[in-house]
Ligand binder design. Structure first.
Ligand code: HEM
Length: 229
């Protein structure tokens, strides 16, 4: 296919617009995953079996065509590719922006752009560290106080009975919320829009980030307060 022609892809990747497009597309795919994962976690409120069955289904869906766990592995590889492309494009775009302004401002005011850039950078680092811990905790079970493969609900509950685990998860999920809000805001800045459209979009971005953050936080706080046990 002409669009997937390697020299064309290389040209696209080396351009600033191409890197922004890669950030946008991979960001959107990651946002889809994060939304689906949050909604599926809410199955814990239906029943323990509902969450456990969902995790088992992820391993058996499309078994016939892809083999046992095939779908899950394709999704995992897709996620890793998205994270690597998203982070690489972000670092390279930040370097380009710095290189375009070789003389640093002498008195650099702390403006909103600086704050957003710092939030995105450190938020991204916290999220990356969190995902490594999270996989060792709830996917592999090594760091989980219960740690029984397939007993997903009880693994989750065992985690959030510990206040420091809950605190770490809450920190990561709040960083995710800020990351989503700033990501959606800056996507709009790249596209350009009228002031009214900008305000409406900023409200939507904040609303969506709050929805995702609150959805994720609901499970640990339900365990902490004894609603889920
Ligand atoms: C309170 C918040 C969260 C809870 C209760 C939770 C719960 C879980 C559980 C139970 C699993 C294992 C599923 C299974 O074995 O099938 C899992 C896997 C995973 N979670 Fe979360 N999660 C949370 C937040 C997040 C966040 C914020 C992210 C990403 C930013 C994330 C990314 C992942 C990934 C990448 C996997 C691995 C899927 C796989 O390869 O099997 N999770 N999560």
């Amino acid at each position: 296919m002409a669009v997937l022609d390697p020299p064309r892809l290389r040209r696209l990747w080396s351009s600033t617009v191409g890197k922004k497009a890669v950030m946008g597309v991979t960001g959107l795919l990651l946002l889809l995953f994060v939304t689906a994962h949050m909604l599926s976690n809410l199955k814990a409120f239906i029943s323990p079996a509902s969450l456990d069955h969902y995790a088992a289904w992820l391993r058996t869906v499309l078994d016939g065509a892809l083999g046992h766990g095939g779908f899950l592995w394709i999704a995992r590889i897709g996620l890793v590719v998205c994270v690597v492309l998203h982070a690489t494009a972000a670092v390279q775009l930040a370097r380009r922006a710095r290189a375009a302004r070789p003389v640093r401002y002498r008195h650099r005011a702390r403006v909103q752009g600086d704050y957003a850039a710092r939030t995105m950078r450190w938020g991204g680092v916290i999220l990356a560290l969190f995902v490594v811990y999270h996989l060792l905790d709830l996917t592999a079970g090594y760091l989980n106080p219960h740690g029984v493969q397939g007993d997903v609900y009880n693994n989750v509950v065992a985690d959030f009975r510990l206040w420091y685990v809950t605190l770490f998860y809450a920190l990561a999920v709040v960083s995710l919320g800020f990351h989503i809000r700033h990501g959606l805001w800056s996507a709009l800045q790249s596209l350009g829009a009228s002031a009214a459209a900008r305000r409406a979009w900023q409200a939507t971005a904040t609303g969506y980030a709050v929805f995702i953050t609150a959805g994720y936080l609901s499970v640990p706080f339900a365990v902490l307060t004894g609603l889920l046990r």
